[in-house]
Design a protein around this ligand. Structure first.
Ligand SMILES: Cc1cc2nc3c(=O)[nH]c(=O)nc-3n(C[C@H](O)[C@H](O)[C@H](O)COP(=O)(O)OP(=O)(O)OC[C@H]3O[C@@H](n4cnc5c(N)ncnc54)[C@H](O)[C@@H]3O)c2cc1C
Ligand code: FES
Length: 260
């Protein structure tokens, strides 16, 4: 079997697909929160690689991604069949730090952010609480997978079609109330407005944790500076630029600069 060979690629739900590649070197090294940069088709006019979080790895050398079809690149990926080959670069970027023993890990995921945190739940000393947020039930993914892994899953949708009606960040107080006297560690991945709201709650309530900031990417390896995000820094402005692909995408809450 060749590295990058697709083992399976199938529709999960609505516009979301699960794809499994044979990539033993990436599978052996990947840490929770890291991503791969995928050259979907050598012959395509879309020459830029596309970044995807590593959803899971397995001892058989496979690497699984979960992706949403949003444009030309992901449409091309969805059309790929078992046996086709993509060029994968990775694992790239920083990873989440496992929560200390005795704490309760709380994962807060928006949309395809659910894909990024599954590996982390596998490394946790305690079962995680997973808060999944989406616009509507059509965008709630992997809730069954987290449940099967023993996590407590809570869902929020903007239109109320599944779980709590409102923002996923509104579920944090519920988790705090259900776990009196316990230390929570928060992990976030999702759209920027969700991360900013979550980060502000973490700072206000003094909750430790890490957030993953996705950004449009060029090279993916720290060379082009096409992916810079603001991070908190000891500068007159209070911030400096960091590369989401190499200094991130996962940043400690103390490093996060929460502009809108
Ligand atoms: C570190 C990282 C991890 C990611 N993990 C996943 C994942 O696990 N699953 C998944 O489905 N997607 C993930 N993405 C987003 C994914 O890379 C984009 O959706 C993809 O590149 C779009 O390619 P496209 O050619 O289909 O769409 P394009 O034609 O390039 O874009 C279509 C639309 O999507 C928007 N878009 C493109 N990239 C992003 C992005 N990074 N964030 C927000 N909007 C974007 C564009 O602005 C445009 O509106 C991740 C992105 C990063 C940076
Ligand atoms: S994408 Fe090139 S430096 Fe981050």
């Amino acid at each position: 079997m060749k590295c990058g060979e697709i083992l399976e690629n199938h529709l999960l739900k609505t516009d979301y697909y699960r794809i499994r590649f044979y990539a033993p070197e990436i599978a052996a090294k990947a840490l929770p929160g890291q991503f791969v940069h995928v050259r979907i088709d050598e012959n395509s006019i879309h020459i830029l690689r596309r970044p995807f979080s590593i959803h899971d790895t397995a001892p058989d050398g496979s690497v699984t991604l979960v992706y949403k079809v949003v444009g030309a690149g992901t449409r091309e990926l969805a059309a790929k069949k078992s046996g086709d080959i993509c060029d994968l670069l990775g694992p790239l970027g920083t990873s989440y730090t496992p929560a200390p023993a005795g704490t309760i890990p709380v994962m807060v995921a928006g949309g395809y952010g659910s894909a990024a945190m599954y590996m982390l739940t596998r490394t946790m000393p305690n079962p995680a609480v997973v808060l999944i947020g989406a616009r509507s039930s059509a965008d709630v993914i992997l809730d069954d997978v987290y449940q099967a892994a023993g996590c407590q899953v809570k869902i929020a949708t903007n239109d109320g079609s599944m779980g709590h009606k409102g923002f996923v960040t509104e579920l944090i107080d519920e988790v705090i109330a259900e776990n009196p006297g316990r230390d929570l560690v928060i992990y976030g991945c999702g759209p920027k407005p969700m991360l900013v709201a979550l980060g502000k709650i973490m700072k206000a309530k003094n909750l430790p944790g890490e957030l993953s900031f996705d950004h449009l990417m060029g090279c993916g390896v720290g060379a082009c500076f096409g992916c810079v995000v603001k991070v908190a820094a000891d500068t007159p402005e209070g911030w400096a630029y960091a590369r989401a692909c190499k200094d991130g995408p996962v940043f400690d809450i103390d490093k996060c600069y929460l502009d809108e």
